[in-house]
Design a protein around this ligand. Structure first.
Ligand code: FAD
Ligand code: NAP
Length: 341
């Protein structure tokens, strides 16, 4: 039942475009196949990497064990009433295409998260977020295979310990669950918009003109903003933001703000969230290029593959950036994507 391809190059399956040879490779096409695969890995004590769109991964040149591409497809409405609509989407569906599909069905709520690369199944991993909306705000539940018990379980949003670019699946028990579907809680109401990000609000107003702003305007504005600021991974290898925005206490924020009046920060539950891109830019890294890799010229939070780059070069550049930000601001930057293995 399980048939593996051997020594598969994953260069086209990760958005950095790094060459990475998978010892064994397979596509997950059914729940039964997934159970058989996890059982096989346990039996043979093989590491298993579940791969989505490869847009949050930094792969080594050789990947031991098995790489399994999540290829489960499909979506279905599981609840539909005047207040809330539940849409269950399989883990292998493309994220952005799913956002477009919801809008085409008159289901709103995911528009702020347009154009994020990757798959639906990976979205809960780091509780993807953009322009004031996080996955947790729109998720009702998810279904996952527990790798230890080989049973499928349903987890509610409150079970997933979602945090800022974080979840149960990313940092608490990273090897325990394989997500097979996500159920979203969406609305048919046209007026439940999230426009707290100034650039988004301004762009929506420009696009809508005299009309009332709708979720479609928000979608278009998010796509416009992202296309103007972020490198397209099909042309320039990258994994989006390389570092998380660091959190500091109110005291630390006030101290830094008095020293650096242009510092960008936003209040949050624990204190302040600093814009990591501003910290990196202030240290002079924006547009910097070195052997094989560099810092994107329009957004310093994005590290790029100049074409011939590799994981060692990216890791070395990231460390230099972390050191200089720490020297200047006494603030530590945490890497957002996963290094595997
Ligand atoms: P992968 O990179 O394939 O995998 C990421 C991790 O999830 C790995 O550990 C993998 O093993 C695991 N995984 C994948 N699928 C499953 C599954 N079904 N079950 C269990 N584990 C799984 N992120 C944001 O939060 N907000 C943004 O606005 C954003 N913008 C981006 C823009 C660009 C240009 C790029 C390149 C990246 C951006 N990202 C953003 C990061 C990235 O797109 C997201 O984190 C995305 O959800 C990763 O999905 P993926 O399918 O590519 O995951
Ligand atoms: P931006 O709009 O220039 O803003 C810079 C930073 O300030 C962002 O990181 C954002 O934090 C924060 N911010 C701005 N307005 C805010 C507000 N009203 N309330 C709270 N925080 C605010 O950022 P950008 O680089 O163009 O990115 C736009 C959005 O896309 C952001 O939400 C960003 O997270 C997301 N994005 C994420 C990735 C990734 O890989 N993770 C890649 C590209 C873009 P937040 O980051 O917390 O939103």
């Amino acid at each position: 039942m399980l048939s593996f391809d051997e020594n598969v190059n994953l260069a086209a399956l990760n958005t950095f475009g790094f060459g990475a040879i998978a010892e064994k490779f397979i596509q997950i096409e059914s729940h039964e196949m997934l159970v058989a695969l996890v059982d096989y890995c346990q039996h043979h004590q093989l590491p298993l990497l579940v791969l989505g769109g490869g847009s949050n991964l930094i792969l080594a040149e050789k990947i031991p064990g098995i790489v399994a591409l999540m290829a489960l497809r499909g979506q279905e409405l599981t609840q539909d009433n005047e207040h809330e609509v539940h849409l269950k989407v399989a883990a292998g569906e493309n994220w952005h295409e799913t956002v477009v599909s919801t809008l085409n069905q008159g289901l709103y709520g995911l528009e702020n998260l347009a154009l994020i690369p990757g798959t639906v199944g990976a979205a809960p991993m780091q509780n993807i977020g953009a322009y004031g909306v996080e996955l947790k705000d729109r998720m009702f539940s998810l279904e996952a295979l527990d790798r230890e018990t080989l049973q499928f379980v349903t987890l509610k949003t409150s079970d997933c310990q979602f945090g800022y670019r974080d979840s149960l699946f990313k940092s608490i028990c990273p090897e325990k669950y394989i997500i097979v579907s996500v159920t979203f809680a969406l609305t048919r109401a046209l007026d439940q918009l999230e426009l707290s990000y100034l650039a988004l609000k301004d762009t929506c107003e420009r696009i809508a003109g005299q009309e009332k702003i709708t979720p479609w305007h928000v979608f278009e504005a998010v796509c416009d903003l992202r296309r103007s600021k972020l490198p397209d991974p099909r042309r320039i290898g990258n994994v989006g933001s390389f570092f998380k925005n660091p959190k500091v206490s109110l005291n630390e924020y006030e101290h830094l703000k008095s020293e650096f009046p242009n510092l960008i920060g936003f209040p949050d539950a624990e204190g302040y969230k600093l814009a990591a891109g501003w910290l990196i830019e202030h240290c002079g890294w924006k547009g910097y290029q070195t052997e094989g890799v560099g810092v994107f010229e329009k957004q310093a939070l994005v590290l790029i593959n100049l074409g011939s780059g590799n994981r060692q070069q990216i890791a070395a550049l990231a460390e230099r950036i972390q050191d200089s930000v720490y020297q200047c601001f006494n603030v530590s930057l945490e890497v957002e994507p996963r290094f595997y293995p």
